[in-house]
Design a protein around this ligand. Structure first.
Ligand SMILES: C[S@@+](CC[C@H](N)C(=O)[O-])C[C@H]1O[C@@H](n2cnc3c(N)ncnc32)[C@H](O)[C@@H]1O
Length: 260
C-alpha cells in the first residue's frame, strides 16, 4: 500500500514553516501536536525545537507555522493544538500559554483550553514530582463565527466527565493513552490517541472538509480524518515516517476510502 493511493490525503515531506503551496482558505481545521522544545532530536536539519535553539527562537519558528496555518484555514476554521507544559533545562515551561500568546499575535482567537485527562498515564523518571495525568488541547478559531458541531454524539459514555454531567460537552476530556498497541512504532513513541482526535475532527469539521496537520508524525490525524470521510493535508520533515503512516492507513476500511 502506498500513500499515493489515497486521493484524499496529501503528505508534504517538507517544513511547515512554508505552506504557501496550500491554497488560502482550504482547511476547515488544523489539528496537531508540535515538536517539544529541547526534548527529542528527530535528526532532521529543519526540525523545530532542537537543543541548540533558544526558547524564544523555538516560539519564533512555531509562530511562523501558526501564521501559515492561519492562511490555510477557511474563515470559519479552527485550530486545535495538543500540548503539555515541558521541563526544559531545569525549569518548567508554560508552553501551552506561550503558544496561545503567539497564536493570538497571528490573529487567532482563543476559545478554550481543554484539559485532556489521561487516567492510564504512569510515573516518569523522577520521584520528586506528582505523576502527570493531563495534557492540554488548545482550541483557537480564526473568527467568532467558527464551525463547531456541538450536537454530535460522543461515545465515551459515563466514564467521560466532559459529558456525564449533562448534554453539553465540557472542557475536561478523558481519553486513556494506550501502550504497545498496533500502530505504535519505534520511530515515534508518543502519538496521540485516535479517540481524542476523533472527537476534535467531529466537533470541528463535516464530511468532505479538509483537516491539516503541520506536524504529521506517525499520521494519527490523517488516519482519523480519512476514517471519518474527511481529507487530510500533512507536513512532516522526517520522511522515515512514510512507512509507519503507510502501515497505519492500510488498516483503514476500504469503504471509508472509496467515497473519494
Ligand atoms: C509531537 S510529533 C507529532 C506526533 C503526531 N501527532 C502523531 O500522532 O504521531 C511532532 C512532529 O513534528 C515534526 N517536525 C519537527 N519540525 C518540523 C517542521 N519544521 N516541519 C514539519 N514537521 C516538523 C517532527 O518530525 C515530529 O514528527
Amino acid at each position: 500500500m502506498s500513500l499515493d493511493k489515497f486521493s484524499n490525503l496529501e503528505v508534504k515531506w517538507q517544513s511547515s514553516e512554508d505552506m504557501s503551496d496550500v491554497e488560502s482558505g482550504t482547511a476547515q481545521a488544523v489539528i496537531t501536536s508540535p515538536p517539544y522544545w529541547d526534548l527529542k532530536d528527530y535528526g532532521h536539519e529543519n526540525q523545530i525545537g532542537t537543543a541548540d535553539e533558544s526558547y524564544e527562537i523555538y516560539h519564533d519558528r512555531l509562530q511562523g507555522v501558526w501564521e501559515e496555518c492561519y492562511q490555510t484555514l477557511s474563515e470559519d476554521g479552527t485550530m486545535w493544538i495538543v500540548v503539555d507544559t515541558v521541563m526544559g533545562r531545569g525549569d518548567m515551561r508554560l508552553l501551552p500559554y506561550h503558544i496561545i500568546e503567539r497564536a493570538e499575535e497571528v490573529g487567532f482567537i482563543p476559545q478554550d483550553i481543554v484539559t485532556w485527562y489521561k487516567p492510564t498515564a504512569i510515573a516518569g523518571m523522577t520521584d520528586r514530582n506528582v505523576v502527570n495525568k493531563k495534557e492540554y488541547v488548545l482550541y483557537l478559531s480564526k473568527s467568532q463565527n467558527h464551525k463547531f458541531n456541538q450536537d454530535i454524539e460522543h461515545d465515551n459514555g459515563n466514564e467521560d466527565p466532559a459529558i456525564s454531567e449533562g448534554q453539553k460537552l465540557g472542557n475536561l476530556w478523558r481519553f486513556p493513552v494506550k501502550r504497545g498497541t498496533a500502530g505504535q512504532n519505534v520511530l515515534h513513541k508518543a502519538p496521540y490517541p485516535r479517540s481524542l482526535i476523533e472527537r476534535i475532527v467531529r466537533l470541528s469539521t463535516d464530511e468532505g472538509d479538509v483537516v491539516l496537520d503541520p506536524f504529521l508524525g506517525s499520521g494519527t490525524t490523517a488516519y482519523v480524518a480519512l476514517d471519518l470521510a474527511r481529507s487530510c493535508i500533512g507536513y512532516e520533515i522526517n520522511s522515515e515516517f512514510k512507512e509507519v503512516i503507510d502501515e497505519r492507513l492500510s488498516e483503514l476500511k476500504q469503504s471509508s476510502l472509496a467515497e473519494f
